[in-house]
Design a protein around this ligand. Structure first.
Ligand code: URA
Length: 237
């Protein structure tokens, strides 16, 4: 489903991008790909340790998972949503209260802003795939614990293996640091082309929409990240 110009203007307004014109989709201020270094992934734990027969099997395994304590507090697991042949994979942190209730990632306020961010670069939510580092909601929305990430990682790796995305957009510090296996602050991870896993899938980092809701002045930087990702994706095609 294509995003219309009118819709895109509304979405860009949500991103506080006020000077949008059709011809400015790739504005000169977008970071040049040539100056962005390729950062090799450490690849420490990208092995797939679940080998599902397919998407449905994987979803069933996730729904039945009791590997960490988070299963005791969940309403339901939040597997992921979107096109199972999507070229873009968006990875967030973990479900919140609304996602736990509805069983779908990014459906609260942060999710609405994520939709606007994607639509700003012409991507309707249903055309990408959206998943999280964790499939279950941490209590009080605390940060994921390392053992929880470790338990959940094989599911995300299996999703990536099934999807084979062309580009990964890591939204927020938790997603970026866990995917890249680094402790580098998010500000330093932005603006670079990273490579994820043995297949070196291009990975771009941007701010989490929940953070942008708290710090709207950072939307400008997030918009630069999205343009950077869009430009990289076009170069890959
Ligand atoms: N924040 C996330 O990182 N993921 C969600 O699914 C919702 C909020």
């Amino acid at each position: 489903m294509a995003v219309t110009d009118t819709q895109r203007r509304a979405y860009l307004a949500a991103m506080e991008v006020t000077q949008w014109e059709r011809r400015a989709i790739t504005p000169p201020q977008a970071p040049a790909l040539t100056v962005a270094p390729v950062v090799p992934a450490s690849g420490a734990s990208v092995a797939i340790s679940v080998e599902p027969a397919g998407w449905e099997d994987l979803a069933a395994q996730v729904a039945a998972c009791t590997k960490c304590e988070l299963h005791t507090g969940r309403i339901q697991t939040v597997f992921g949503v979107g096109a199972r042949h999507a070229e873009w994979l968006v990875i967030g942190e973990a479900p919140g209260a609304e996602e736990d209730k509805r069983g779908e990632p990014f459906v609260g306020r942060a999710g609405q802003l994520l939709n606007s961010m994607l639509a700003g670069i012409g991507l309707a939510r249903e055309t990408v795939y959206i998943a999280n580092i964790l499939k279950c909601r941490p209590p009080n929305n605390r940060d994921p614990k390392p053992d929880e990430v470790l338990c959940c990682e094989p599911y995300l790796m299996a999703q990536i293996a099934l999807l084979q995305p062309k580009l990964i957009l890591a939204v927020g510090r938790i997603a970026a640091q866990n995917l890249l296996k680094v402790q580098t602050p998010i500000g330093k991870l932005r603006g670079q082309r990273h490579a994820f896993g043995p297949q070196a899938i291009p990975l771009i980092v941007t701010y989490h929409p929940a953070y942008l809701l708290r710090s709207p002045s950072e939307k400008r930087r997030a918009w630069e990240d999205l343009l950077f990702a869009q430009r990289l994706f076009r170069e890959l095609a």
